[in-house]
Design a protein around this ligand. Structure first.
Ligand SMILES: Cc1ncc(COP(=O)(O)O)c(C=O)c1O
Length: 383
């Protein structure tokens, strides 16, 4: 169109026939379930008029980010008018060094969620299969369904991934197996020997994704880091990590993955070009370097986790020993109703009815004061 020229629709009112998106979108989109996030402090303030609220529903880090990271972010603010460097050279280099891998194996994104969304775009065609645990983080299933996958759910055994059954569920149509280790929402892990047997049983054509969002909190000697297998030559292993948990940067949205260079190359090709903002790019290397801060967060979490498990058991509930920054607990009553009562006391937790476990809830490890608030509210509501 020439400058100043008329558009073909100029003067035509927007009175065309209605656009019925459900009849013309990809049918897979209609099978998805929208993500239900934990309630925010602001929501509870608005809905209940409370001011003193403790949020233990989204597995965030109660200590927040390292002060050095906040300085790095502040120093980057004047640069926000320009795009970040697309290669993410320094960040990928820092991630590669911290993990003992080549930079050509590192990919990044707006939180691991974005990477979970990306992986099926690379591997899944309509009618292909993916294998997930039942129950686990729900985004694997939704991201896979969007690409037309048939999702094969394998029940947990004793609240842990049943890797033998998951390997048995693999067929020639399987493209991805999702392993959440430690698992959200149960806080449990699969052991090194189980993973070794699993990888030996699964053909190399299947991508095996280790979502290690809670990796830094896992301290059991038998906990296997997916990177061990990647480094041992399993090119079908993809490891995902995040800065949202141990690094206290959930609000920044910074996640990364490690994969064989050929896999990484394709993931980088299909992703959006500038899939991190400048603030994340600046924060990542500083967060990695501040090991004191991370260790302090992990140590405080370990203490809080032990306290919560012990006190929950003392109150007569069944907490599951956790390798994460949250505790999954069977409260032996309707957890949705208990969640509401705790909410009215200003404590937000996550009931597990959405995972099909109506007597269970998940509570994030908070500061000592937040943990005390939760335990007191729970004791008062269940006495
Ligand atoms: C297992 C698991 N994977 C991924 C994520 C998403 O993390 P991110 O903030 O990196 O997108 C979460 C968030 O709670 C999670 O629990």
């Amino acid at each position: 169109m020439r400058p100043g020229g008329a558009t073909p629709h100029e003067g035509t009112p927007h009175d065309a026939t209605p656009h019925d998106v459900t009849s013309c979108c990809r049918p897979e989109a209609l099978t998805l379930v929208e993500y239900v996030a934990g309630m925010t402090v602001e929501e509870v303030q608005r809905e209940l008029g409370l001011s003193d609220i403790v949020k233990l529903s989204s597995n965030e880090n109660p200590l927040g980010p390292s002060p050095r990271v906040l300085e790095a972010i502040a120093a980057t603010l004047p640069k926000l008018a320009t795009y970040p460097e697309k290669s993410f050279f320094d960040l990928k280099g820092a991630l590669a060094e911290a993990n003992g891998v080549a930079a050509e194996s590192v990919f990044v994104g707006h939180g691991t969620e974005a990477l979970i969304q990306l992986i099926p775009q690379l591997y899944v065609s309509p009618g292909d299969e993916v294998v997930v645990a039942d129950v686990t983080f729900g985004r694997y299933e939704e991201a896979s369904k969007l690409m037309g996958a048939r999702v094969v759910r394998v029940p947990l055994s004793d609240l842990r991934h049943d890797l033998e059954a998951m390997a048995a569920a693999v067929t020639p149509r399987t493209r991805v197996v999702w392993l959440c280790n430690p698992n959200n929402p149960t806080g449990t892990i699969v052991r090194r020997d189980e993973v070794a047997a699993f990888l030996a049983a699964v053909p190399p054509t299947v991508a095996v994704v280790f979502d290690q969002a809670y990796f830094e909190f896992a301290d059991a000697p038998e906990y296997p880091d997916g990177l061990e297998y990647f480094k041992a030559g399993h090119d079908n292993v993809i490891v995902l990590r995040t800065f949202s948990k141990a690094y206290g940067l959930a609000g920044l949205r910074l996640g990364y993955g490690i994969a064989a260079p050929a896999v990484r190359q394709l993931l980088d090709t299909i992703k959006e070009p500038f899939n991190l903002n400048r603030l994340s790019v600046a924060a990542g290397p500083v967060a990695l370097a501040d090991t004191d801060w991370r260790e302090r967060c992990v140590e405080e979490n370990r203490r809080g986790r032990e306290l919560l498990v012990a006190e929950l058991a003392r109150l007569g509930f069944d907490p599951v020993p956790s390798q994460t920054n949250f505790v999954f607990v069977d409260v032996k009553q309707n957890a949705d109703a208990l969640f509401e009562r705790l909410l009215h006391r200003g404590v937000i937790v996550r009931p597990a009815s959405g995972w099909g476990l109506p007597t269970c809830m998940r509570v994030t490890v908070g500061t000592p004061e937040q943990n005390r608030r939760f335990l007191e509210a729970l004791a008062a509501e269940t006495a």
